[in-house]
Each structure stands twice: as structure tokens, then as C-alpha cells.
Write a protein that binds this ligand. Structure first.
Ligand code: KIV
Ligand code: ZN
Length: 498
């Protein structure tokens, strides 16, 4: 029988740490349910002591999800562990994930400590966590740069103290695949009680090697992998779930199985990208827009003769179905509801009616409605509680003339209007906006997501605005790209801490 590889998803913890990707509790529950349908074994739901929002999300996800283990992160600190145990109280299967830095630089600069004391703190944290739960995972932060001999001592000590899983993070994404694989092999061979626990990989992608390192870890004995949907995560991200799942599925030479229902990969990817306002790069393996697009003549010729000439994955295996019903202005509520269900979004009748109304308006403007469009419409009510809303926008622009914009805002029920000229339509519109909202704010980043299907497509705008020393992230989506830009700016302003 094949070995089982456990999939530990940390989209809602390590993934959600990305600035601008924060989700509210309702959105996190949506993602958690999608992860459950996908078949992940463990959902890392948050870091409860870090904020009341994280604490609450762990509670609500524990109630909403049935069979995956719910995991909460802590430092090797008793108070953290108390709070995590409290947040996990409704989970059917629960795990506390505690740990401490083990590399010399962490020991010296972060903890001003020494190796022996770190082992003592690690052991104490695991023992303390075992008072609350039977399933305790220990992470040796920066294990990638921790000397193997010392790491083996830490691993042995925490297993003896009761750790059921030991996580070996390459926190900085520094390791080469052969090095990371050798590290796991070393631990498998030199830790006396290694048969009493599972070794886990946790690789970051700073040098683009997260997936390769993860697979090297698995080939050398790790039986849990820590991953995120679309590989999101701080800096260059974490190992991507879809890449690992498809490598294991495609490579019959790797005699290992996961519980992942790969046909749910694409809907999960779209949902996370949409809720977190985090575009997926077009050439991203497995889930990028171009992942299955053959454009060169030689490739197209080969694919037409036999698809296996250039395609190692059937797009249907990851949930991309080109024959899926196309939604148009003539589609009914049932078709929309079905598509939302396929994308993992369930909603009450009231909300469905509202989304359907918006869907018809959009379908009047553009021919085919994509999954992305539907997810944007489904999340549009995120702006409902904004105190500043765009009432109207009018822009004139052209070649050889200065652009002029006039706009109206509704601020907590009061109406304001302004007009301005600028170097282009977006510049003019934002200048008009700034005449009404008179604050020292600076646009730092402005990304327009590529239009994928046609000139009538919905444009998506991501913005970062600096205000009062803080960075705020905003998102706007509209068939009119100027309106999407203004909406993204207003989304930022609504988040200002007043
Ligand atoms: O990258 C890392 O080391 C982590 C740990 C907290 C598990 O995310
Ligand atoms: Zn990490």
C-alpha cells in the first residue's frame, strides 16, 4: 500500500500574513469550507494571540468545518498556548502548533539565549500544549539554517516531550533541494524516536525553490507538507498546494497518496485569489491563465495530433472545464447558483437575488461572464459598509487634450462634488477625489489586472495608498477601468484609521 502524505494548509495563517490579503471571519469560513471540500488534512486557521480577529476566526472555523484537523499557531509561550487552546475549544479534531527559532542567529539575536536553553523552552512548550490537546506540532523556526546535529537533538527532545508532528521550516527559503532533502534524511536516520512522530516540510519560496524543496523532503521521509493555495505567503510565498498535489498525482514513480480531490483545485485557486485580491500570475504552474494555453505553432500542431505530446495534465483533472455552461444575459438564477456552488460559494436567497441583479447588469455590458467576474460580484457586498461611496463619475479624455473628471461622493449620507483636470483620466479623477477628501495621502502602487478575454471585460485594480505612515490596500472592479481605479482608491480611504 502507498504511503499517505498529509496536506497541511496554511493559506489562512502564513498566507494571510501577506499585507493587503487579510480576510474577515466570514471570508475565512468560506475558504476553510473550500479547503475541506478539496480534501486537506489540516487547516491552520490562525495565530489566536496575535489579534481578536484571528482568535475569533479560529473559533468560527472550528465550528464550521467537520473532518480536517484545525490547527492554531503559538510561540513557545504559555499565554499563547492558553489562548490557542481556548480558540480551539469547538474543533472536532484539534492541534496546537508551537515552536521556537533554532538557528544560531535566531538563538543569539532573537532570543539572546543559548542552545541548551532553547531546547528547554521547546520541551516545556510541547509539554504545556499536551495538557490541552493530544495532537501537538512543534516548529523549529529557521530549521533550514540550523546545523543538523543540533536540530536532531531538538527534534528528539520535543518528540520525547509529546510532539506528534515536527515541522522543519526553511523559513528564509535559503536551502537547495538536495540540502533540504539531506536534512530530512539526516533527521530520519539520527533521531532515535523518529518513528513516534511525523516530519513536516514548510518551505518558503524566496529563491523559487519551495516546491522542489518540499518534494525533496517528501522523497527523504517527510509525510506532511505545509502549503498554501496559489503559493501565497509572505515575501515570495510558501509552497503551493496545487503544485505538490499534481506532482504526486502525475508521478507514478513516487509511491505516495494524498487525500486531495484535484478537481477542486481550480475553484479553490479562484476563490482565494478573488477574496484576497491577489492576482495569480498568468504563467503560474497548474492554475495560471496560460498553464494550459499552447500558443506556439509547433506545440499547437502536436496537441491537435495527440494532446499528450505537450500536455502532462488534463485540465479537467484540476477542475478547469472548457465545456462548462457559459453564463450570459439569458442565464437564470439556477445557473448562477450552480456556478457559484462549483466555485465553492454558497449564499442565502436574499444575497443570491442581489448578486443575480448585478450579474444581469454586467451581462448586459459584456458577452461572457467568467468565474472571476462571478467571484467579484459575490464579494461586492464587502463595500456595503463603506462610509464613503462613489455616487457618479464623468471623465472626458483624448489625445492632445487634458483629461477632465467630475465626481460625486456620498460620505455617510452627505453628498459632495468636485471636478479636476489631470495628465490622464485616472489622474484627473483622483485629483477630483482629493479635492473632497483633503488628506495627506500618496498613491504608492497601482496595478491594473490584465484584461483576459476581450475589451468588454471587467478591469480589476489593486492599489496601495500611504496615509499617516501606514500603507492601505484597496481593490476595485468595473467594466470601466477609470471607475475601477477610483473605487480602489476609495476602498483604501475607507480603511484609514480615522
Ligand atoms: O516560516 C516559518 O518558519 C513559519 C513558522 C511559524 C512555522 O511560518
Ligand atoms: Zn512560514
Amino acid at each position: 500500500m502507498s504511503d499517505r502524505l498529509f496536506i497541511f494548509d496554511t493559506t489562512l495563517r502564513d498566507g494571510e500574513q501577506v499585507p493587503g490579503c487579510q480576510l474577515n471571519t466570514v471570508e475565512k469560513i468560506q475558504v476553510a469550507k473550500q479547503l475541506e471540500a478539496l480534501g486537506v488534512d489540516v487547516i491552520e486557521a490562525g495565530f489566536p494571540i496575535s489579534s481578536p480577529g484571528d482568535f475569533n476566526s479560529v473559533i468560527e472555523i472550528s465550528k464550521a468545518v467537520t473532518w480536517p484537523t484545525i490547527c492554531a499557531l503559538t510561540r513557545a509561550v504559555e499565554k499563547d498556548i492558553d489562548v490557542a487552546a481556548e480558540a480551539l475549544r469547538f474543533a472536532k479534531h484539534k492541534r496546537i502548533h508551537t515552536g521556537i527559532g533554532t538557528s544560531d542567529s535566531h538563538i543569539r539575536y532573537k532570543f539572546n539565549s543559548n542552545r541548551e536553553e532553547i531546547i528547554e523552552r521547546a520541551v516545556a512548550a510541547v509539554k504545556y500544549a499536551r495538557r490541552f490537546v493530544d495532537d501537538v506540532e512543534f516548529y523549529a523556526e529557521d530549521a533550514g539554517r540550523t546545523e543538523n546535529e543540533y536540530l536532531a537533538r531538538v527534534v528528539e527532545a520535543v518528540i520525547k516531550a509529546g510532539a506528534t508532528v515536527v515541522n522543519i521550516p526553511d523559513t528564509t527559503g535559503y536551502c537547495l533541494p538536495y540540502e533540504y532533502g539531506a536534512k530530512i534524511k539526516y533527521l530520519m536516520e539520527h533521531v532515535d524516536n523518529i518513528d513516534k512522530a511525523i516530519l513536516s516540510t514548510h518551505c518558503h519560496n524566496d529563491l523559487g525553490m519551495a516546491t522542489a524543496n518540499t518534494i525533496a523532503g517528501v522523497l527523504n521521509g517527510a509525510r506532511q507538507v505545509e502549503v498554501t493555495i496559489n503559493g501565497i505567503g509572505e515575501r515570495a510565498g510558501n509552497t503551493s498546494l496545487e503544485e505538490v498535489a499534481m506532482i504526486i498525482k502525475c508521478h507514478n514513480d513516487i509511491d505516495i497518496e494524498t487525500n486531495i480531490n484535484t478537481q477542486k483545485i481550480y475553484p479553490a485557486s479562484r476563490m482565494v485569489s478573488s477574496l484576497m485580491n491577489m492576482p495569480v500570475q498568468p504563467n503560474k504552474a497548474i492554475v495560471g491563465r496560460n498553464a494550459f494555453a499552447h500558443s506556439s505553432g509547433i506545440h499547437q500542431d502536436g496537441v491537435l495530433k495527440n494532446v499528450q505530446t505537450y500536455e502532462i495534465i488534463d485540465p479537467k483533472d484540476v477542475g478547469i472545464d472548457d465545456n462548462a455552461i457559459v453564463l450570459t444575459a439569458r442565464s437564470g438564477r439556477a445557473a448562477l447558483k450552480h456556478r457559484l456552488h462549483v466555485l465553492g460559494v454558497e449564499m442565502e436567497q436574499d444575497k443570491l437575488d442581489k448578486v443575480y441583479e448585478d450579474f444581469l447588469k454586467l451581462a448586459d455590458k459584456k458577452k461572457d461572464i467568467t468565474d472571476d467576474d462571478i467571484l467579484v460580484l459575490a464579494g461586492a457586498d464587502r463595500a456595503d459598509n463603506h462610509h464613503i461611496k462613489l455616487d457618479y463619475l464623468q471623465v472626458t479624455s483624448g489625445v492632445g487634450v487634458r483629461s477632465v473628471a467630475s465626481l460625486g461622493l456620498n460620505i455617510s449620507g452627505e453628498h459632495f462634488e468636485a471636478a479636476a483636470s489631470g495628465n490622464g483620466p485616472v489622474d484627473a479623477a483622483i485629483k477630483a477625489l482629493k479635492k473632497i477628501i483633503d488628506r495627506q495621502m500618496t498613491l504608492k502602487e497601482f496595478t491594473i489586472q490584465a484584461i483576459s478575454k476581450g475589451s468588454d471585460d471587467m478591469g480589476k485594480v489593486h492599489m496601495q495608498v500611504e496615509y499617516d505612515g501606514q500603507m492601505y490596500y484597496g481593490f476595485g472592479a468595473n467594466t470601466d477601468i477609470i471607475a475601477a481605479s477610483v473605487e480602489a482608491y476609495i476602498d483604501c480611504i475607507n480603511k484609514f484609521k480615522r
